[in-house]
Design a binder for this molecule. Structure first.
Ligand code: AMP
Ligand code: MG
Length: 390
């Protein structure tokens, strides 16, 4: 058995960085930006009015002053002339501020008769002008790598960047193993249960921007498992679920070895999730997860997501942790790192009483994995502990 950190390093070593492709902006959300994006223009490209009103000289904007309206500047249509003494220009939000003016008085602060305005309410300090380049200037960068958010897509559009280089999406094949499993929606026999792990993991990986496929369930015989591995060919990563222990029907390690898997490790000092294996089959990375539903999902958070983030060029980092204060005492931990299902609320963390690795109801109610280091002593309410938000 190896510690979690060592297993994670081995997974990073298996995570070959993926190539880059160009993606139009309207399909780039959630993708990993591969190169810094550089603004090609200033925004706004000219000093622009932020209000509807009249552009004039601040020096002339006295209470009761009267000014002649000599033209109009609207969004997309600037006023071409120059504004002289005693003059102003009708202006609208987003329109270029005319030459010879340095402020916009809002229309609520003037009365207008014909082409003459009178200032009836004192102008305040604001000039109501957005300076040229006030949002960003040519050369401003959005740095890579990062997962593009809707807000950043808007920024890239504003920078006049129509397509971006992004990291190719990792292709992941998910294989459930077991004679007892049927797919959700099917009619289970009396000894059967529904395969849940592949669906939970698929959701987790698709959230990260992977293309995850649930392959047909492999039955507990070598031919079926071989067939499933065959179907997985061409993916970046194949993940098996179950069949990874040492029972008579646990065939994954044997079949993978027959297929030429170079094994990186087998068994990790953690709870849940001990019978974890990983290696490489040809060009494909392979991870064998334990079958118990909670084990599989915990291993997904602790191992698969960091590994796929590494493939996506987002660095080699474990699942991010935070700290919270224990609400109740905890007994000492054994020699394996324990990822306890827990709820964090208002800075306090509470571990569930029931920690069996088959209980999806408990996992579904959890928003955190409370991390107990190996051989951690008893902990008192009020102690600060690590957790992984999930
Ligand atoms: P195994 O590692 O194959 O012995 O599986 C351990 C436990 O997890 C058994 O109770 C299996 O029925 C269950 N299990 C295995 N694979 C899945 C799956 N894909 N979905 C739900 N339960 C599973
Ligand atoms: Mg099994």
């Amino acid at each position: 058995m190896i510690p979690v950190s060592q297993a994670l390093d081995a997974l990073f070593a298996l995570a070959d960085p993926l190539g880059v492709e160009t993606m139009p902006l309207d399909r780039a959300v959630g993708r990993v930006l591969a190169d810094d994006a550089v603004a090609r223009r200033d925004q706004p490209p000219f000093a622009a009015s932020s209000m509807d009103g009249y552009a004039l000289k601040r020096a002339e904007a006295d209470m009761h002053a009267q000014l002649k309206v000599i033209g109009e500047s609207a969004a997309g249509h600037r006023f071409e002339g120059r504004v002289g003494a005693g003059q102003c220009v009708r202006i609208f939000t987003g329109a270029p501020v005319p030459e010879g003016t340095d402020m916009v008085i809002i229309q609520e602060n003037v009365t207008r008769q014909g082409d003459v305005i009178s200032i009836v309410d004192g102008p305040n300090d604001s000039d109501n002008i957005r300076p040229a380049g006030g949002d960003f200037a040519t050369g401003t960068t959005l740095s890579a790598p990062r997962i593009l958010s809707p807000q950043q897509i808007a920024l890239l559009a504003s920078m006049n960047i129509a397509a971006v280089p992004v990291i190719r999406q990792p292709h992941v094949a998910l294989i459930s193993t077991g004679d007892e499993l049927v797919l959700p929606g099917e009619d289970p026999g009396p000894d059967q249960i529904i395969a849940s792990n592949t669906f939970g993991l698929r959701a987790m990986l698709e959230n990260l921007g992977c293309i995850a496929r649930v392959l047909p369930i492999a039955r507990d015989n070598e031919a079926s498992l071989r067939m499933a591995f065959k179907l997985a060919e061409g993916n970046d990563l194949v993940v098996t679920i179950g069949g990874a222990s040492v029972g008579d029907h646990d065939l994954v390690a044997g079949v993978a070895a027959d297929l030429g898997m170079e094994q990186s490790f087998y068994k990790v000092a953690m709870r849940p999730g001990k019978p974890l294996m990983a290696g490489r089959i040809g060009d494909m990375a392979m991870v064998g997860l334990p079958g118990n539903p909670v084990s599989a999902m915990v291993c997904g958070h602790v191992f698969l997501v960091p590994m796929l983030r590494a493939m996506l060029g987002l660095g080699h980092a474990p699942a991010p942790r935070a700290r919270a204060v224990l609400r109740a005492d905890l007994t000492g931990n054994g020699p394996r790192e324990h990822y306890m299902r827990a709820v964090v609320e208002a800075g306090e963390v509470t571990a569930f009483d029931r920690q069996d690795s088959s209980l999806l109801t408990v996992l579904a109610d959890a928003n955190a994995l409370l991390v107990r280091p190996p051989n951690d002593g008893p902990r008192r309410a009020g102690d600060s502990v690590d957790y992984i938000p999930i």
